[in-house]
Design a protein around this ligand. Sequence first.
Ligand code: SF4
Ligand code: SF4
Length: 247
Amino acid sequence: MSHAQATRVQEHIGDPVSDLPEVSREQLKEIFQDIQSDIRYDHELNGCLNCGICTATCPAAHYYDFSPREIVQLLWTENLEGIYDAMQEKIWACAQCYTCAARCPFGNSPGGLVMLMREASIKHGMESAKNVLRPFSRVMLKLISTGNQLSPDMITADGFADWGPNVSKIDAPLPVLRKAIPMPTLNTTKTAWEVNLKTSVELYTIWEETGVLDQLETIDENLFDVILDIMDEKREDLEDWEDEQED
Ligand code: SF4
Ligand code: SF4
């Protein structure tokens, strides 16, 4: 091993976002292995020329201290401390637009790699993931309990003031736009959020089997408890309904 490599490696790294104890090298390895072992990893990362085309076309790079080129280089060179450091804040700046994937001459998907890093940060209960997701607990509750969160009738100028003046463009012909959306049952919050009992229970089974609920427990225990209660209630309701059908 060269001298430069030997001095770069740290046995422990501090967590700049929280007061948690330093993270050991073993934990850094485990986090990286979780990212690398994902089935998507080899599709998203094929090498890197360090050309910067991804960063030049990345909207997030224009506004934040974030560079998809840097993210790809950290993963490509297996820089464990740098990967961990980027997972504290930088990866949450990505808008998931995938312009980078369309432009990379190597066929990499920096946005896809960011997604893998985000998933790993949730799995490891990192403070950055908790901080980013905390304001979205109501959204997650709706998403997990109904399978959807946004219906066209919610998109109004009042509801989305943060979209700026352009929201009026979608707000104006809303009845026409609703008709143009091919799934009639999702046209309003009422129909979008009224989920068939059997569908709800199947949905919960998917969240359980795919590990989504385990991840939720890691980052938001209160929300996890609320969702478990809802799930139990729906399962009981379905059993009662099935019993009634047999009578
Ligand atoms: S990920 Fe692709 S576009 Fe970005 S620096 Fe590497 S080779 Fe260039
Ligand atoms: S997906 Fe993320 S990294 Fe890629 S161009 Fe969009 S914002 Fe940038």
